[in-house]
Design a protein around this ligand. Sequence first.
Ligand code: HEC
Length: 86
Amino acid sequence: MTGNIEDGKIRYAKNCVNCHGPAGMGLASYPKISGLDIAYIIKRLETYRAGIEIGPNSALMIMMAQPLSDTEIANLAAYLNAQNTK
Ligand code: HEC
């Protein structure tokens, strides 16, 4: 499934931006998530959505990932991957 970058951008602006900053560049203690591989982002979001902890602050991400659909995850991954901060 190929994500839609524009839809991903809109979804990102809803709440992800509050922690991860503009274009996923990272903010304070929140990780930079721009420019990551699409497959990596999808795997991470699916893991959080399943309620599985990855790092010490996973509880925050589990809460954020649970409402995401497969389409929203694909769109977010496409958008974040396309942010040119590699
Ligand atoms: C309340 C703050 C907060 C919000 C809102 C938030 N995140 Fe996160 N995010 C985090 C934290 C903290 C981590 C690291 C969690 C851990 O320790 O496992 C993280 C980790 C991630 C990772 C994994 C990064 C890596 O290098 O493995 C991805 C991808 C991600 N977030 C995407 C998103 C997306 C997409 C959204 C919007 C749906 C979002 N986040 C909303 C705080 C947040």
